[in-house]
Design a protein around this ligand. Structure first.
Ligand SMILES: Cc1cc2nc3c(=O)[nH]c(=O)nc-3n(C[C@H](O)[C@H](O)[C@H](O)COP(=O)(O)OP(=O)(O)OC[C@H]3O[C@@H](n4cnc5c(N)ncnc54)[C@H](O)[C@@H]3O)c2cc1C
Length: 623
């Protein structure tokens, strides 16, 4: 420490060390509050809009006739659409696999700037030394430490931020990583600053507070390295356990290191948030899987049936656990100790079935309730997509590869279900809903499609037109969901136009599930896994889906879908509000984002009566 450092300096820096982290917290809290207001405001608005809509259906019919006149009353709507395009559809693409939307870029830049401002403002000492290292080196450490409760919370599945903002926990994961990386850099700045600041650094190396601090930083550095995308993708399990251990060592070390500087109160809440999340997850696990825990007879009733639908897709079906209810588009974590390498490995999958009273029938409920029926199901038939938990699993290299081996022999597995997680899209206030899926992306769009039909039937939705677009690599894929689609079309009320467009880029034969794609990288799954020619298989017996394709509005086309043209066409015939939901590869997500930028959702389109378009991209955590 410089010798001319006075008591006045100490008073100032102690005060700033206390107050600046608090001010950063207030700023973040205010930001979350504003985002929360928008989210909840828009939710409430859509509920009211639905009610108003019902009352003014006739009026809408007349306004539609004059919709192409520019209306200044639509300026707020044009502004909202402008914001949506700029914030969520303009993207920064780094290489092939990194896509950040402008909202994420803004949050990243704003957070880094906020932290840097608080780190380096008012660092002129009483003696007039500008950017005095004694002022900022300690403060940087304190500011970074103060961020760990929120960083921890953002990394958990049950967190308050998700509740307040309505943003799903997996979307918040980007913010979790971004904040952690920013604080990591700041903590190294703090460490370097302290080394420079205190020439006696070496002599204090034997003091515990410093040793735990160094240990914490080593653990944090390893954690940051293994969480880099290439490593996380390649060796997820190594990332997962290193992350757990690294975070634990870092937080315990950080707690003791900051204790001497009276800063540990910033660290311990992290443990509370983490423990709360674990507690909620354990309670859910026990409640939903209680037959395994000996609370009730009937052990084994939750064994799942596995089927290999194609070379790279496994279907998993199990009886809905008692009390387990979910909404369309939600996710559950599946734990299968007999399949996974480590007993508590949990993998997230979107629930492809739909929890519906309307769509269920005696027959399907019977099917879902009986193991024998599971066994007699035809391989690949689309059977019960309601009242049963159904998952479509893309085969990758780890856990899912082992699951495929089980499915190849039509084995049964014990499954613990943890969930449901994530928000369910509320499409009730939209006049048009377009659902776009590639391959197993229908895990997301199928239940949403079924829920639109059910809600229109129940009078809870204004939807007039629903478009279901599905790109597949082989005509045989249609079997997976054929029955559900037929039933949905039959149940659709006359007020609702249903259009189902299936694009088959693989074999035109109904008898084949030919998987490989020569040039189409945008299909099949969100991780853009490609199959090798050796994986071409011809499976399944005869399959005719004439009953599906004989229905009005259902079409199968050969070749790749032109999403740009399809979406522009839908926008041109739509009025009112339109939602587009997409779940597929990064290629599909990109094509949809591109199609819905300017001028399609631009101010001139909106001002002259074009539909207000909302886009939701579900990426299975990768896009
Ligand atoms: C919200 C959400 C919903 C999803 N829904 C589906 C779905 O309906 N169908 C589907 O096929 N896939 C879905 N996924 C992806 C699925 O969880 C992973 O593909 C699966 O866990 C890969 O397991 P693996 O061991 O075979 O993967 P690996 O071969 O080890 O890795 C393949 C990829 O999966 C990621 N991954 C591996 N394990 C996990 C894990 N436990 N949690 C998150 N990511 C992991 C890796 O980072 C890597 O990018 C979803 C993911 C998320 C986040």
């Amino acid at each position: 420490m410089s010798s001319d450092f006075s008591d006045a300096d100490i008073t100032a820096l102690v005060h700033e060390n206390d107050t600046y982290p608090e001010q950063v917290w207030y700023t973040i809290a205010a930001f979350l509050f504003v985002v929360g207001c928008f989210q909840w405001g828009s939710l409430i608005h859509s509920k009211f809009a639905r009610r108003r809509h019902h009352e003014s259906d006739e009026e809408t019919a007349t306004t539609n006739a004059i919709q192409y006149k520019v209306s200044l009353r639509r300026i707020p709507l044009a502004i909202i659409n402008f914001y949506r395009v700029v914030a969520f559809r303009w993207t920064l693409e780094i290489g092939q696999s990194y896509t950040l939307n402008m909202a994420e870029v803004f949050v990243t830049v704003a957070y880094i700037v906020l932290m840097l401002i608080y780190c380096f403002i008012n660092t002129t000492s009483v003696e007039g030394q500008k950017l005095d290292i004694v002022y900022w080196s300690n403060r940087v450490g304190m500011l970074a430490s103060s961020q760990f409760p929120i960083i921890t919370a953002l990394g958990t599945k049950n967190n308050l931020v998700s509740l307040v903002t309505g943003i799903s926990y997996d979307s918040l994961n980007y913010i979790h990583r971004m904040m952690a990386r920013t604080c990591f850099m700041l903590l190294w700045v703090h460490a370097a600053g302290e080394v420079v600041c205190f020439p006696s650094f070496r002599e204090t190396l034997n003091e515990d507070w410093l040793r735990v601090g160094i240990t914490a930083m080593v653990a944090f550095s390893i954690l940051i390295i293994v969480s880099l995308r290439p490593i996380r993708t390649e060796v997820y399990e190594i990332f997962f356990y290193t992350h757990f251990l690294g975070a634990l060592i870092f937080l315990v070390g950080g707690y003791y290191h900051t204790k001497g500087a009276f800063g540990s109160y910033w660290i311990w809440p992290s443990f509370v948030f983490w423990a709360l999340d674990r507690f909620i997850r354990v309670v859910r696990l026990v409640v939903f899987n209680h037959s395994y825990f000996g609370f009730k007879s009937g052990s084994g009733t939750m064994d799942a049936v596995t089927e290999l639908l194609s070379e790279d897709v496994v279907r998993l079906r199990l009886r809905r656990p008692p009390h387990f209810h979910w909404s369309a588009g939600q996710t559950a974590y599946l734990i299968m100790p007999s399949v996974s390498t480590l007993p508590f490995e949990a993998h997230p999958f979107t629930i492809a079935s739909f929890d519906s009273s309307l769509l269920s029938t005696v027959t399907t409920e019977d099917q879902s309730g009986s193991d024998e029926n599971h066994e007699t199901q035809d391989l690949g038939s689309s059977a019960p997509f309601w009242k049963e938990l159904v998952f479509l699993v893309n085969v990758h290299g780890g856990f899912t590869k082992k699951l495929k081996e089980v499915a190849a022999r039509k084995g049964k597995v014990k499954v613990f279900v943890d969930g449901p997680y994530g928000p369910s899209p509320d499409l009730g206030s939209y006049d048009t809903s377009v659902l776009v899926a590639g391959g197993s992306g229908i895990s997301y769009t199928l239940p949403v499609f079924l829920s639109v039909i059910e809600r229109v039937r129940k009078g809870k939705s204004n939807c007039k037109r629903v478009v279901f677009i599905w790109s597949i690599r082989g005509a045989g894929y249609v079997r997976w969901i054929e029955e559900a689609l037929i039933k949905a079309v039959q149940l659709a009320p006359p007020s609702l136009t249903v259009s189902i467009r299936i694009f088959n880029t693989g074999s035109p034969s109904m008898v084949e599930n030919a998987l490989p794609m020569e040039e189409d990288s945008s299909l099949s799954n969100p991780t853009e896994k490609k199959d090798t020619p050796e994986q071409v298989v011809t499976r399944e017996g005869s399959f005719t889906s004439s009953s599906l394709f004989s229905l009005r509005g259902v079409k199968m086309e050969s070749g790749r879908s032109d999403l740009d043209a399809l979406l522009k066409e839908e926008v041109s015939v739509a009025s009112g509000s339109m939602s587009v939901s997409v779940c597929g590869s990064q290629g599909i997500a990109r094509a949809v984002r591109h199609a819905l930028r300017f001028p399609v959702s631009g101010p001139s389109s909106i001002l002259s009566g074009g539909p207000s378009v909302t886009l939701h991209v579900e990426s299975f955590g990768y896009a």
